[in-house]
Design a protein around this ligand. Sequence first.
Ligand code: SF4
Length: 95
Amino acid sequence: MTSPGLHERIQAKAKRIPPRYRSRYLKAMDGGSLRAGVDAFCAECMGWEDLPDSVRDCTSPLCPLFPYRPYHPKHRKVELSKARRSRDAANAQDG
Ligand code: SF4
């Protein structure tokens, strides 16, 4: 059950978010992606400013989202590993 006017309130809030980050917020509010929710929460925590540096350089290690925040070096390592696997698979097919 959604509260009355929730959709309109979400849209109104989205308009106050810098345009380049609106889709991130709306994706989070769709409820289909926990990752989008964490990303948007951290971005909002930093006032949607100076991203990605502000979140990457977050100085609140006791925050429960700290290990899961976007741009965390650990996530970058995973992303690089995925990219490397994709590249290796492509090379294996070529060669
Ligand atoms: S991890 Fe940092 S940026 Fe993310 S919500 Fe917590 S304090 Fe804010």
